[in-house]
Ligand binder design. Structure first.
Ligand code: DX5
Ligand code: ZN
Length: 217
């Protein structure tokens, strides 16, 4: 069964405590937390102060997706705020290997995210150091966008790279995930599915999480 990570970007921020409780009481595995700086992506979301507040109420793994330039400046601060997994973008990291080691040294699992245009083979020389790879299936910056079909091919390629190396790196897919495409993504090799709009716009979010969790059963 896939790991399900509801994206809090699509939550109701006037009722954030209620939405956190909903995720706590659902079959979801992780909280997916999108940090945007208005520079790496054309949008600004929230940062470590909101994340550390959320940590007091949330009972599941914090999967933090940094869409920021110079992520190395904030690694220890996100560890302090409560991140369990910290993912940086390959495109935002000049010294990716150093950033990955710093994330691990700060006690977190380390992930790398790839924009839709970045080929998976760019990870050839770093894959063995990673706990997670995040395949962006939309251009990062906003929730509720349409899934880019080419991402499926990237998941398949990455699954093969992981198998060839005999490692257990998690493949996470983020952007435009729906109940319709989720089975295709799991079949292609995805381990974890992020879902923002699909979960939070559903009439019954708990039921939607349950349905996503049952994909590929
Ligand atoms: C997009 C973010 C996603 C976003 C996904 O830049 O990284 O995590 O919240 O939202 P949906 O599932 O609505 O595409
Ligand atoms: Zn994300």
């Amino acid at each position: 069964m896939p790991i399900i990570a509801p994206s809090i970007l699509s939550a109701d921020f006037l009722n954030l405590g209620r939405d956190i409780e909903m995720v706590n009481n659902s079959e979801a595995d992780w909280f997916h937390l999108d940090v945007m700086d208005g520079r790496f992506v054309p949008n600004i979301s929230y940062g470590m102060s909101i994340i550390s507040q959320m940590k007091k109420a949330a009972k599941k793994t914090f999967d933090v997706h940094l869409m920021i330039v110079e992520p190395e400046k904030y690694i220890t601060e996100f560890a302090k705020a409560g991140a369990d997994i910290l993912t940086v973008h390959l495109e935002a990291s000049t010294h990716l290997h150093r950033n990955i080691q710093a994330i691990k040294a700060a006690g977190m699992k380390a992930g790398v995210a790839l924009n839709p245009h970045t080929p998976v083979h760019m990870l050839d020389d770093i894959l063995c150091d990673l706990d997670l790879v995040l395949i962006m299936s939309v251009n990062p910056g906003f929730g509720g966008q349409k899934f880019i079909d080419h991402s499926i091919q990237k998941i398949r390629q990455l699954r093969k790279m992981i198998e060839d190396r005999g490692i257990d790196t998690v493949i996470e897919v983020d952007g435009g995930v729906t109940l319709e495409n989720a089975p295709i993504l799991v079949k292609a090799g995805a381990d974890a599915l992020v879902a923002g709009n699909t979960v939070f716009s559903a009439p019954d979010p708990v039921e939607m999480i349950k349905k996503l969790k049952a994909v590929g059963k």
